[in-house]
Write a protein that binds this ligand. Structure first.
Ligand code: NAD
Length: 260
């Protein structure tokens, strides 16, 4: 039987984060949502997850590029659902450009959201986890934590950085019942990626199937998208009470991409 825990998932109003929130709620954990969306959508999500799974659901609109907002989110989580047992650092953005033209503000935003936010959430959540002798920290990295692609200097740097942070904190927390792991998805069909398919088909004058196979999934041997539910299942596995010896692991879920 799963012990009921409290989980904060950053960037969980959409895509992978929302999938992980649903997956953790489905096994009985209370959920703290975070991310951007209009108020009506947030209220709908909170009510829907709470009534479907019978768990407490809170929400913080903290912009995770701001360390003060992160401190506020940690406090609000305690007030709304309780002490953080499971921390999923998922919020992330992307920007694609040759490095010579890479806008400095985009570099700063990606490093802040995709890397530094995890540092801040971890440093604030870890003391309580240590006190209680239990914690699960799951960092949503990317195949780009393991390999690079051109024109993604900030994203690849941030995701490689998350891999280093994961290993370091895993060592520091190892004797306290806390595991720290990184999940490295290849292409996942989230609203963000979905939207690109018709646009690319139109721009290139090829079919949507050709965009998926020859453009988006060129590096992914399975030639199919990873489903949000598959990533959520991996997160739920890592959050389980039994997975005490999996820590400091950088785990690909990439359809064979990084086997190349
Ligand atoms: P998405 O755009 O669907 O969701 C991103 C979430 O982060 C949203 O809830 C958004 O509101 C939130 N967010 C963005 N900036 C924020 C900020 N400053 N403060 C708080 N919340 C913020 O994206 P996704 O595809 O679900 O990506 C989620 C994570 O998975 C990211 O870290 C991304 O790098 C990683 N990832 C995605 C893929 C993919 O193919 N979709 C592949 C590998 C890794």
């Amino acid at each position: 039987m799963t012990v009921k825990r409290n989980a904060l998932i950053t960037g969980s109003t959409s895509g992978i984060g929302l999938g992980i929130a649903r997956g953790l709620a489905a096994i009985g954990h209370n959920i703290m949502l975070n991310g951007f969306a209009d108020r009506e959508e947030i209220e709908h999500l909170k009510a829907e997850i709470s009534s479907t799974y019978g768990v407490r659901v809170g929400y913080t609109n903290a912009d995770v590029s701001n360390p003060e907002a992160i401190a506020g989110a940690v406090e609000q989580t305690k007030a709304d659902i309780g002490e953080i047992d499971i921390l999923v650092n998922n919020a992330g953005i992307q920007f694609v450009s040759p490095i010579e033209e890479f806008p400095i503000e985009k570099w700063n935003a990606i490093i802040a959201i995709d890397l530094a936010s995890a540092f801040h959430f971890i440093r604030l959540a870890l003391p309580g986890m240590k006190q209680r002798g239990f914690g699960r920290i799951i960092n949503v990295a990317s195949a780009h934590a393991l390999v690079a692609s051109p024109f993604k200097a900030a994203y690849v740097s941030a995701k490689h950085g998350i891999a280093g942070l994961t290993k370091t904190v895993a060592l520091e927390a190892a004797e306290h019942g806390i595991t720290v792991n990184a999940i490295c998805p290849g292409y996942v069909l989230t609203p963000l990626v979905e939207k690109q398919i018709p646009d690319q088909a139109h721009a290139r004058g090829i079919s949507e199937e050709a965009v998926v196979r020859d453009v988006l999934l060129a590096a992914q041997p399975t030639k199919r998208f990873i489903k949000v539910e598959e990533v959520a299942a991996l997160a739920a596995f890592l959050a389980d009470e039994q997975t005490t010896s999996i820590t400091g692991a950088i785990i690909p879920i990439d359809g064979g991409w990084t086997a190349h």
